[in-house]
Design a binder for this molecule. Structure first.
Ligand SMILES: Cc1cc2nc3c(=O)[nH]c(=O)nc-3n(C[C@H](O)[C@H](O)[C@H](O)COP(=O)(O)OP(=O)(O)OC[C@H]3O[C@@H](n4cnc5c(N)ncnc54)[C@H](O)[C@@H]3O)c2cc1C
Length: 503
């Protein structure tokens, strides 16, 4: 077996990187001769661009995809896949430390092998990269151009000196990390999701700036690997969009993992002294300084709209929200559509996927679909996970929709108890006096899996009472959903009985 840090490890690393790059940016790649005209040109080969390419190619139109960096985009290369791979390993270390709780003993000290965890991540990324490969696109009949795309007219782009004419186009150029303007940060050096997965050594200490999904997931992972981790968030709660009790459970989880939490705190200055990065923090009138080996920023993502010469094509955009589209994902140039992070508020791979399908459908057919018709779930993959779909209570109230909520704590669910995973809840909101599901928040070890049942019910128009009739395998954590459904059914029965008996 390969040992990390040895020459054979370097070789294995190189081999994995070769496989990965051979798939997503083959070094020997030569762009094809452009077709006289493409039915659809797609700019950006991330999840949105690749889904758009597959969907368009299946209709028989001539399709080209242009990618300036790596096929697979952020998701495969520097976001979802590498983060979920290292989160899994970090969870294993957390469980090993907690082994006694499960009646098990780990012999000797637990030694974290960070290089091996990163090697596993690279292996997984190389394996999954096949799905996003040049070969795969070519097999679908898609022309792949590697290079920077920019518009040179309302119906044409240039790539690497070549001109591609199109009938329709989809811009799917994604987003990149938004770096906070903190004096001294750039000089001190910092990590973002674009380089953190290149690490081969665990930083002994880490400051994570930003308490959104990215910051929370990676702070917990690095904390569990054993980095002395501090997370600062300039708001009073993590994941500010989520329900307050969900965010509170996350703070509790961080405390259990030994992560230092600084809420309502802003990082205001960075300097380097003796090889350490000293970061000044301000919380109201309290000032302090932390000394760390590395800083990771996770303070949001900004759309990639520059360098495309969008105005040449008559496509309106702004630097914060990205490309302006209507509900059909059509831009201000009727021949050009947009999909994914470059135009969406909800920046996820599954929304990039769904929006790409809509954009291609609307670009190539007469029957048009609206993006506002989508029901979008999401999940932050901390431990416990925090997943949501539909409306939050505050949003329902803002719309004057009366809400009734059914909450089941995970400590009332047999499988959560047997698994020692009792932190969390299932909370389902329905329109008062009905079983119409408005939304749900789930905090649980596998909340990301569980939320899909609620999403299915919402999309199919299945009321919560009907979920009470769905037999859930016992014992599963999804039984929490059945219990909430039972409570809803009982409440509606009671209301019906009361109204029948009313004189
Ligand atoms: C750390 C992290 C973890 C994440 N985890 C999850 C997760 O678990 N689940 C989830 O759903 N989402 C997750 N996301 C979000 C997800 O990665 C993005 O929403 C998704 O990648 C968006 O896909 P996209 O195709 O719109 O953009 P991207 O993936 O950014 O792809 C856009 C592509 O366009 C290319 N491009 C840009 N400009 C040009 C140009 N001028 N010419 C040619 N090509 C160009 C870029 O090189 C890039 O490859 C995560 C994000 C981060 C940062």
């Amino acid at each position: 077996m390969l040992q990390p840090g040895t020459a054979s490890d370097e070789l294995a690393r190189d081999a994995l990187e070769q496989t990965w790059l051979e798939n997503v940016r083959p070094p020997a790649w030569r762009n094809p001769k452009p077709a006289p005209r493409y039915g659809l040109v797609i700019i950006g080969g991330g999840p949105a661009g690749l889904v758009a390419a597959g969907a368009a190619a299946s209709t028989g139109v001539r399709v080209a995809v242009v990618e300036r960096a790596l096929l697979g985009g952020s998701c495969l290369n520097v976001a979802c896949i590498p983060s979920k791979a290292i989160i899994r390993t970090s969870r294993l270390y957390a469980e090993m430390r907690n082994a006694e709780h499960y009646g098990a003993r780990v012999p000797g000290d637990i030694r974290v092998d960070f290089p091996a965890a990163m090697q596993r991540m690279r292996r997984i990324r190389a394996r999954i990269s096949r799905v996003d490969s040049v070969r795969r696109l070519a097999a679908d009949g898609v022309d792949v151009f590697l290079g920077d795309a920019r518009f040179i007219g309302i119906g044409s782009i240039s790539v690497d000196g070549a001109k591609l004419r199109f009938s329709k186009a989809v811009v799917a150029t994604g987003a990149r990390p938004d770096t906070p303007a903190i004096p001294g940060l750039a000089e001190a050096g910092y990590l973002t999701n674009e380089n953190v997965f290149d690490l081969t050594e665990l930083p002994p200490s880490l400051l994570v700036i930003g308490g959104g999904p990215l910051g929370c997931e990676l702070a917990q992972a690095f904390g569990r690997f054993g980095a002395r981790t501090t997370i600062v968030q300039d708001l009073p709660l993590f994941l500010p969009k989520e329900e307050r009790d969900a965010a509170q459970l996350l703070s509790d989880a961080f405390a259990r993992d030994g992560i230092e939490v600084r809420l309502n705190t802003a990082a205001v200055r960075v300097r380097v002294e003796g090889g350490q990065k000293l970061v000044d923090l301000v919380s109201d009138d309290y000032q302090s300084t932390v000394a760390v080996d590395a800083i990771l920023t996770g303070t949001g993502r900004i759309p990639n709209v520059e360098q495309l010469d969008l105005s040449v094509a008559g496509v309106e955009f702004d630097a914060v929200t990205g490309i302006h589209t209507d509900d059909y994902l059509q831009t201000t140039n009727p021949r050009i559509y947009a999909a994914g992070d470059v135009c969406l508020e909800h920046k996820f791979t599954h929304t990039a996927d769904a929006s790409a399908r809509i954009a291609v459908h609307n670009a190539l057919s007469d029957r048009r679909q609206r993006q506002s018709s989508l029901t979008i779930p999401w999940c932050t993959y901390t431990d416990p996970e925090i997943a949501h779909v539909g409306l939050y209570v505050r949003e329902a109230r803002d719309r004057d929709i009366p809400v009734k909520t059914f909450t089941i704590p995970m400590h009332d669910v047999s499988r959560a108890i047997t698994d020692g995973e009792e932190s969390g809840f299932v909370k389902i909101h329905v329109k008062e006096r009905t079983d119409r599901i408005l939304g749900a928040t789930i905090v649980a070890r596998h909340a990301g899996e569980m939320i899909n049942e609620i999403t299915l019910a919402m999309v199919a128009g299945i009321g919560l009472r009907t979920l009470a009739r769905v037999i859930h395998a016992y014992p599963t954590q999804a039984e929490a959903i059945k219990k909430a459904a039972d409570a809803c059914a009982a409440s509606l029965r009671k209301a019906a009985t009361t109204s029948r008996l009313r004189p």
